[in-house]
Design a binder for this molecule. Structure first.
Ligand code: ZN
Length: 345
């Protein structure tokens, strides 16, 4: 028996709202795929959206929530001797894994189907992430750090930034293995942006200080950017120029360090929607399909025939009751309390 989900369905890349039924395949050939989105009158007032994608996190620092606030960027997160790295070194492995597991379960229960994590601590760091996520249906895309051998087990490479180190060998290894290479850039100032572009990254994280020439380069190279505006505020580096970034390239959203910012994609969407002048559909794309593409996931973050069945069913009788524009309601009002069911096939 196929699974059927009924309600107002946010369909396709355009995020069109359609009343009807999403059919999820259970048979061998189409198991875990969306078989059909059938437009029809339904009784349900549920709202069905793609499972959210948190395209940039550091869940390894889950054990250090609400510490490091007020410190300058380098002192709070930069390798190897910042506040964050000292805490990671001094916390027993089982505690770090337990903290990560709690964060992933929190994200799942709120409707996150995938996240891209920049994991500190090299090979061991990726092992910890795997151990904390192996029994979860959430796609944990691990961007490893340290020597290139980390790419033996990581899904990609996550470079801290062009001013911290040289990443030529790591970049080459990622290319050889067909794995994505991402790098932080332009978080504190524009000085590390040229260096980051030099690696021809598959995506950039932050770009708070993108200059006109950087926007042009993003557009020419079609390099996606993961913006993390709420965490940028906590660190005090300013607000990324999200509207300009969206004009230039594909933009996704991340919540960045769990230590500094709660990993809620709902809150990130609301924040972006209220701080920037962007269509609601664009904000929802940033939190779903754009994020999936930025971190290298296919057929994810979108509701259409053939895509993976990774969906969130939102109840229509709380925040979304009486909302006239469904996508606006999802982006600006919905939250964890509206999640009825998270389907991650
Ligand atoms: Zn980061």
């Amino acid at each position: 028996m196929d699974m059927e989900l009924k309600g107002r369905v946010v369909v396709g890349e355009r995020m069109d709202v359609v009343e009807g039924t999403v059919v999820v395949g259970e048979d061998e050939d189409d198991a875990g795929r969306i078989v059909e989105v059938r437009e029809e009158a339904v009784e349900s007032d549920d709202v069905i959206v793609p499972a959210l994608v948190n395209a940039h996190t550091h869940i390894g620092d889950s054990v250090a929530k609400e510490t490091g606030r007020g410190l300058p960027l380098d002192e709070v997160v930069a390798p190897p001797d910042s506040h964050k790295h000292r805490i990671l070194r001094s916390t027993p492995r089982n505690e770090k894994r337990a903290g990560m597991r709690r964060t992933v379960e929190r994200m799942r229960s709120e409707g996150v189907g995938a996240f891209g994590d920049f994991r500190e601590e090299g090979v061991e760091g990726v092992r910890d992430l795997r151990s904390a996520t192996d029994d979860s249906p959430v796609d944990a895309v691990a961007f490893g750090s340290g020597p290139p051998e980390v790419l033996d087990i990581a899904d990609g490479y996550g470079a801290s930034g062009a001013r911290d180190d040289e990443f030529g060998e790591e970049r080459e290894t990622a290319r050889e293995r067909g794995k994505p290479f991402g790098i932080h850039a332009g978080e504190r100032d524009p000085d590390d942006i040229d260096g980051a572009f030099g690696y021809e990254p598959d995506f950039l994280v932050h770009m708070v200080h993108a200059r006109d020439e950087d926007l042009e380069r993003l557009s020419e190279t079609e390099t996606p950017v993961v913006a993390c505006p709420r965490c940028n505020l906590v660190i005090g580096v300013g607000k990324p120029p999200v509207e300009e970034l969206v004009e230039a390239t594909t933009v996704a959203l991340g919540t960045d360090n769990v230590m500094l910012n709660v990993p809620s994609v709902w809150r990130e969407m609301e924040f972006v929607s209220k701080h920037y002048d962007l269509p609601d559909e664009e904000v929802l794309r940033m939190a779903t399909v754009n994020g999936a593409r930025a971190i290298g996931l296919e057929d994810t973050g979108i509701i259409e025939q053939g895509a993976r069945a990774r969906l969130v069913v939102l109840r229509g009788d709380r925040s979304l009751a009486d909302v006239q524009d469904v996508v606006a309601g999802v982006v600006r009002r919905a939250g964890a309390g509206d999640v009825k069911n998270v389907v991650l096939r």
